[in-house]
Unconditional design. Structure first.
Length: 210
């Protein structure tokens, strides 16, 4: 059966509306500003022009680098303060994998767009609920609340899960809109790794009686 363009358009509009609603109602767990920026460039990417596709890729890199840096900051704190070896192992994995992805994204950005990643391009991304409460955004990560938590391991999981969820939503938008195979693979790597880590953290949270 042939696809009906009208039906496809209606379905697309519904999906887009649901996504925007989801982001708004979950704004306490993630930074909607950065997500909406990705959403806007994703929509532009649907034009399938080189400029639109480039905008999507550049915007994703500009937002994901500080987002990764926020996760790394929390993970480094976990190396010092976590009591459970599972959390320390997770922290080590986050630092290793996301540091490598940052290096790769910076290289791609320079190769594809001819300039370094702008230092002030990260205004739309925070660390999660703690960052939103503290009013701090972007690369200037505020780990004070996490550092002072009575139960660090519990607080770490409560912060890292929504942080990972934001990255997964961004990666899904990238995967749907980019034409670069490198970016598609990066998106899938982020989705796979961080979905696995979310499932692990949820299991620990339940098993440890939080």
């Amino acid at each position: 059966m042939k696809n009906n363009p009208l039906v496809i358009g209606i379905i697309g509009a519904i999906i887009g509306g649901v996504l925007v609603w989801f982001l708004l109602v979950n704004s306490s767990n993630s930074n909607v500003g950065g997500m909406m920026g990705i959403r806007q460039t994703y929509n532009q990417g649907q034009q399938n022009t080189p400029t639109a596709m480039g905008n999507l890729d550049s915007h994703f890199i500009e937002q994901m680098i500080p987002h990764h840096e926020g996760a790394i900051a929390m993970a480094k704190l976990a190396q010092q303060k976590a009591t459970r070896p599972e959390i320390k192992t997770l922290a080590n994995n986050v630092i290793t994998s996301q540091s490598q992805e940052i290096v790769q994204m910076k290289k791609w950005y320079k190769d594809w767009f001819g300039v370094e990643v702008p230092e002030n391009a990260n205004a739309g991304i925070g660390m999660g609920r703690g960052m939103m409460r503290g009013g701090m955004m972007g690369n200037a990560t505020d780990t004070g609340a996490l550092q002072e938590a009575d139960n660090f391991d519990k607080a770490f999981i409560e912060e890292m899960i929504p942080h990972h969820q934001t990255a997964i939503m961004m990666a899904n938008m990238l995967a749907a809109g980019t034409s670069r195979p490198e970016m598609k693979k990066l998106a899938q790597d982020i989705i796979d790794a961080q979905t696995k880590e979310i499932n692990e953290m949820r299991r620990w949270y339940q098993n440890w009686g939080y």
